[in-house]
Design a protein around this ligand. Structure first.
Ligand SMILES: N[C@@H](CCC(=O)N[C@@H](CS)C(=O)NCC(=O)O)C(=O)O
Length: 263
């Protein structure tokens, strides 16, 4: 899947090499913050496995294999997402965001420490709304089926929705409160940390609709949900969310199981 509007495609002909995103096809997963960065900044990119499933999957498998015929630079990657930009291949989502943020205008350019603070916010949002959300349905073994760890998953999800989720929401509420009216998490402008937080909140809203509804309606995290709606309403983000490029949730990080949600 290539980002479709023609004005976006036209920019792939400039001097910067194209951005190629390699990830498991059909799910948002850990590729989604990267897609959101491209979409929010109107940067052309190719979502390789979704554009060309057969050849895309072959490339992805070669990138994560340790075989000697792996493409340059011959360093195998542990897991996707993987960003390819010219000769550079990068894995680890926060590392990819560190690379893209300044290039896509998603980090303030007049503040030398901004990148570290935005990375801090990003890592916290990924801990709370992505990694820990994944551990609710896979609390024992990442490589085993959910059904084989369901009892532990129910306990873990109960702790997540009652303790961890409110704690992370409270943290971001405090970040926004200390911004004294700033509309975004850092520096008064949209950064990639806002996009990561948006995606995490959207994912947990899908996974735990009842728990999230209660937390939202409680009114304690108003600034966080205002930010969520603000990001969702940005022209480029809105257009992307309504496009066929936005993939539906299914069996990735953010899964819905009735028994893991509050009743
Ligand atoms: N810390 C890594 C985690 C990467 C990761 O867990 N990728 C998943 C897909 S979202 C995967 O394919 N994992 C395979 C495995 O862990 O064996 C990142 O943030 O990129």
């Amino acid at each position: 899947m290539t980002s479709s509007p023609d004005h976006k495609r036209a920019r792939t002909t400039d001097s910067s090499p194209p951005y190629l995103l390699h990830y498991w096809p059909t799910i948002p997963g850990r590729a989604e913050p990267i897609r959101l960065c491209f979409e929010a900044s109107s940067t052309p990119y190719t979502d390789v496995t979704n554009s060309n499933p057969d050849s895309g999957m072959k490339t992805l498998m070669s990138l994560i294999s340790s075989s000697s015929d792996a493409p340059p630079p011959k360093i195998p990657h542990f897991a996707p997402p993987i960003l390819q930009h010219g000769d550079l291949y990068l894995s680890q989502l926060p590392n990819i965001l560190l690379y893209l943020g300044p290039r896509l205008g998603l980090v303030p350019s007049d503040d030398a420490n901004a990148i570290y603070r935005i990375n801090q916010l990003t890592l916290t949002a990924l801990d709370g709304f992505s990694n820990e959300a994944h551990e609710t349905h896979h609390p024992i073994a990442v490589g085993d089926y959910y059904e084989n760890q369901k009892d532990a998953a129910i306990k873990r999800a109960n702790d997540y929705t009652h303790n961890r989720l409110p704690k992370f929401l409270g943290h971001f509420e405090q970040v926004l409160k200390q911004n004294q009216g700033g509309e975004y998490l850092y520096g008064g402008q949209l950064t990639y940390a806002d996009l990561v937080l948006f995606q995490g909140l959207d994912g947990v809203s899908f996974a735990f609709p009842n728990a999230v509804k209660k937390l939202r309606e409680g009114g304690e995290y108003r600034r966080v949900w205002d930010l969520y709606e603000r990001v969702k309403g940005l022209d480029n983000v809105k257009a992307y969310l309504e496009s066929e490029r936005r993939l539906g949730y299914s069996s990735g990080i953010w899964r819905h199981y009735d028994e893991l949600d509050e009743s």
